[in-house]
Ligand binder design. Sequence first.
Ligand code: EPU
Length: 341
Amino acid sequence: MLKLQKNYSLNDLNTFGFDALAESFIEIDSRDLLVEVVEYCQSNNLPLLILGGGSNLILSDQISGLVARMLNKGIEIISQQGDQLQLKVAAGEGWHDTVVYAMSQGYFGLENLALIPGTVGAAPMQNIGAYGVELKDRVAWVEVLDTQTHQFLSLSSLDCQFSYRDSLFKSVEPGRYIITDVVFNLTRDATQLNLEYLALKDTCEALAKGSSITPYHVFDAVCQLRRQKLPDPAIIGNVGSFFKNPRVSVVEYERLKAEFPALVGFADGEGYKLAAGWLIEACGWKGKQLGAVGVYEKQALVLVNHGKGDRRQIETLAEQIRESVQQRFGVLLEVEPRFYP
Ligand code: EPU
């Protein structure tokens, strides 16, 4: 018998801090329990939401079916050769705690991704990324339960179809696979740094004061940059970037750049990625409030909950922002977090 909790409040389990009540709730700490939960939902025809840190999720106030929070734990080295090692981390481990643990052991590669909220199991969903590194650059494979066959599988980085803030899990076959563990390729070589993001390089140089830059400087610099620009969800509700940075063709970029010389964009593959934060700020939204929700005053790409906000208010605000960006620049913004249901 599953120990389900009825009418369970998810208020503290979503970083927007929205009021949300789950019809049923359970915490999962083992693979066996996960299989039991999936079988229970399938035989009773109940929707199942797997919850990680709730940091990329926009919930309705009533959630029917079962909400299951992944809380399986464990971090272990599963292979090593020379400086290279593979670290297997359970889905229920906190993302930032994992980065801190890896740094404390001298395992490098995750430092650019410090301070991202959420759990390890949620990270592959949207292929988290920051300061020049994406999760996909560090993933060896992802271990999952296939809810169709009830088999545990290892999906290679390629199988996961990672792309910018997207994956197999998010948009190709949503709901089919439940992530149980992620295996990372890390290194003990402290000289392999990614400093391509300019402000990161500058901050690292300031921290290193003339000595050579280490992964610990990168970690500290990323924490500093994030704290300057991004709201701490423990203090002000948010889900990080609310929109993706839109991709446009070279022709479109050149047309926009001619009309708006201050436009911020970066060459990306065959086109350009525009800074959505710049587009939103240029439409006058930065720091604006609409009811209890608003646009963060230091980073226009982040929408915030000032207290009693809810999904409806966020949807209205997001729609108004999308419309004004579309009207002014002819660019359609795509929402980044997941709405459930
Ligand atoms: N900008 C503005 N006004 C703003 C915000 C940004 O003009 O209000 C311009 C600035 O010129 C800035 C440029 O946009 O130089 C880029 O801004 P920033 O470096 O803050 O990065 P971003 O493109 O806004 C992306 C990620 C962030 C990640 C940072 C750093 C997406 C959707 N967001 O934001 O990820 O931390 O780069 O790498 O790609 C997240 O996904 O939740 C997230 C926070």
